[in-house]
Design a protein around this ligand. Structure first.
Ligand code: HEC
Ligand code: HEC
Length: 329
């Protein structure tokens, strides 16, 4: 590995130590077959220059995510050799399209060191081509079997004229149909959650600290140490690919639909009915809109001050299975 990158290493160290001129790489690059396309050497060379300037500090010379600025970054920079990405998840193929990578790098990942990069189109695509070179022989972008997928298909939003109804349905889907609060916080009373489960003919369940997120393991590691992550509380934590604004619903539909690759956050498209996926996007947006407003604290306070919830007895519930009492307390 080091062998292939050694001359590059020397020039990059010169560069990092204050040489502001374009780095003179000694190792000429050749055309490469990456993701089923032939990428010309000129694009790769330019991408390499740009990468050293903009990305190397975190993602490292070999793309291993261990650049000089990486130690201590709480969400660690991605190991680009893996060709495995959290947020550019496609359908029917392992590899993302260049356009998906472009949008990701331009948008950045909020709440992490991965800032939005405003880089000219040509240069950006050169960088995108270059980072594919980090794949080891026959893996990732260099595996001829790996295909570029297609982006998630958006169905028509059925709630445009009835947002309130969408939010209401989304709250139900969130807490009962999908049980999103098995990882994320719950945002409804225990009474609401209990009866929503019963209405779905499901056994009610509620984590002990169900108003807080439950830390999860991921498939990513740094120096052999498995990385964990916290499912966001939308009223409080930044989301990586979603911000309040006109794009919020669409971006929520996309990220909830596609899931977050290599983490506990599953792909919900296909598991939920499409109208319900939209509804949950509406609901999560309504929570996101509370962020940094008194409404978020009020919601938290009211959930925190609930009296003890005693589930109704089984006889009074048509759909109970007799075990409800043990679960919600
Ligand atoms: C200051 C540190 C830093 C710099 C500089 C940086 N990144 Fe990142 N990058 C990160 C972090 C941290 C993550 C992981 C975020 C996460 O997992 O939520 C990341 C993630 C990524 C991902 C993976 C996205 C995904 O969906 O998994 C790609 C691709 C990426 N960066 C490309 C780049 C490129 C290209 C550049 C240069 C233009 C760059 N980064 C510069 C810190 C950085
Ligand atoms: C098994 C655990 C689990 C379940 C169930 C779950 N999530 Fe997540 N979710 C996570 C984790 C972990 C993350 C953080 C991923 C990351 O940033 O690395 C996450 C992230 C998210 C994000 C933020 C995406 C971004 O751009 O940062 C949204 C929105 C979200 N989940 C919504 C939902 C909804 C809605 C449901 C139910 C339909 C759900 N989640 C169910 C674990 C879960």
């Amino acid at each position: 590995m080091i062998g292939r990158f050694a001359p590059f290493l020397i020039s990059a160290i010169l560069f990092a130590s204050g040489c502001k001129d374009p780095v003179a790489f000694e190792e000429a690059l050749t055309d490469q077959q990456l993701g089923g396309k032939t990428i010309p050497a000129a694009s790769l060379s330019n991408g390499r220059q740009m990468y050293v300037r903009q990305c190397y500090a975190c993602h490292g010379l070999e793309g291993d995510g261990r650049g000089p600025s990486s130690p201590g970054l709480r969400t660690a920079p991605r190991d680009l050799r893996l060709a495995k990405y959290k947020f550019v998840r496609m359908v029917g193929g392992d590899l993302p399209s260049d356009k998906m990578l472009y949008d990701l790098i331009r948008g950045g990942l909020h709440g992490t060191a991965m800032l939005p990069w405003d880089i000219q189109d040509d240069a950006m695509y050169d960088i995108i081509h270059y980072i594919k070179m980090f794949s080891p022989e026959d893996e990732g972008w260099r595996d001829p079997e790996n295909e570029v997928g297609t982006p998630l298909v958006f169905s028509e939003d059925p709630w445009t004229d009835k947002a309130e109804e969408g939010i209401k349905r989304g709250k139900h889907v969130y807490h009962a149909v999908a049980n999103c609060q098995s990882c994320h916080p719950a945002f409804a009373t225990k009474e609401y959650i209990h009866s929503a489960f019963v209405a779905e003919n499901k056994k009610p369940e509620f984590r002990d600290d169900g108003y807080y997120a439950a830390r999860q393991v991921t498939e990513y590691s740094v120096n052999g140490v498995e990385q964990t992550n916290l499912p966001p509380d939308y009223t409080w934590n930044p989301m990586r690919t979603v911000k309040s604004g006109p794009e919020a619903k669409k971006n929520l539909y996309r990220v909830i639909g596609a899931g977050v690759n290599g983490t506990a956050m599953a792909r919900w498209k296909g598991t939920l009915e499409d109208d319900d996926l939209w509804a949950v996007a509406y609901y999560v947006e309504s929570l996101l809109d509370m962020k940094d407003t008194p409404a978020a604290a009020e919601l938290r306070a009211s959930l925190g001050s609930q009296g003890e919830f005693i589930p109704p007895s089984v006889e009074s519930e048509e759909a109970g299975d007799g075990s409800a009492d043990e679960v919600v307390e």
